[in-house]
Structures are given as structure tokens and as C-alpha cells.
Design a protein around this ligand. Structure first.
Ligand code: FES
Length: 127
């Protein structure tokens, strides 16, 4: 599977919002650094976080075990399944939040926002 990623923290700088329909088109045309926008492949049985790290990206994490949500991403297209998730309530998962530390792609193409731990929905949950 191929993951196209975008750093949530650059959205504000550009006046973009997570629910913009053309968010990834705008990101692709904005000349962002590889750290903030790009794509990589995920090997079979590899988690999205592991694939990011194999590509030398330092995405946030802490427990690596589905208990802290530091590694949370928002899946905007495609699908991810988590083997262990002790932290995200169903209503948050329904809004697209997933855990990268043990999230395995179940679609060939995914678009996701990483670094979303400061999104309001998640911050409220983690307080
Ligand atoms: Fe803690 Fe993923 S790193 S839930």
C-alpha cells in the first residue's frame, strides 16, 4: 500500500482545514518539504508508523502499544485497521482517527494527516 501523508501542523500556516476537499491537491502544489508532505510504501504486516520510521521520518509516538494516542493520524481516504487500540473511543474512530503505531493499511492507497495529537477533538479526549 501507498500512504500519502500531510503534517497537520502545517495546515494553519497555509490557512487550510482538515476537511478541505482539495487538501491533498493543495499540499501537493505547495512545495512542502518531504517531512511535511509526501508518500511512502508500507510493507505487508508493517504499521504506518514503522513504515514512516523506515523512511527516516520521526513521527510522534510514545507507548507503541495502542494506549496513548500520541501516534494518532486522521485517515482522510483509504482504510487502516488497528490491532490494539485501548485509547480511542468509537466516536473518534468514526471521525477517521486511527493509531499509526499498530495501524495496518487495508486499502492500496491511503491519505492521512499525521501529528494530529493537538487537534481539538483529541486533546479533549486526552486531558
Ligand atoms: Fe501510543 Fe500509538 S504510540 S497509541
Amino acid at each position: 500500500p501507498r500512504v500519502e501523508y500531510l503534517n497537520y501542523e502545517v495546515l494553519d500556516d497555509h490557512g487550510w482545514h482538515a476537511d478541505d476537499d482539495d487538501l491533498f491537491e493543495k499540499a501537493a502544489g505547495a512545495g512542502l518539504d518531504d517531512v511535511d508532505y509526501g508518500s511512502f510504501h508500507v510493507y505487508p504486516r508493517e504499521s504506518v508508523l514503522e513504515a514512516a520510521e523506515r523512511n527516516d521520518f520521526a513521527w510522534p509516538f510514545a507507548c507503541r502499544g495502542g494506549a496513548c494516542a500520541n501516534c494518532a493520524v486522521v485517515v482522510l481516504s483509504g482504510a487502516l485497521t488497528t490491532r490494539v487500540d485501548h485509547v480511542l473511543p468509537d466516536e473518534i474512530v468514526d471521525r477517521g482517527f486511527q493509531l499509526a503505531c499498530n495501524g495496518i493499511p487495508t486499502s492500496d492507497e491511503l491519505q492521512l494527516l499525521y501529528n494530529v495529537k493537538h487537534m481539538a477533538e483529541l486533546e479533549e479526549l486526552l486531558l
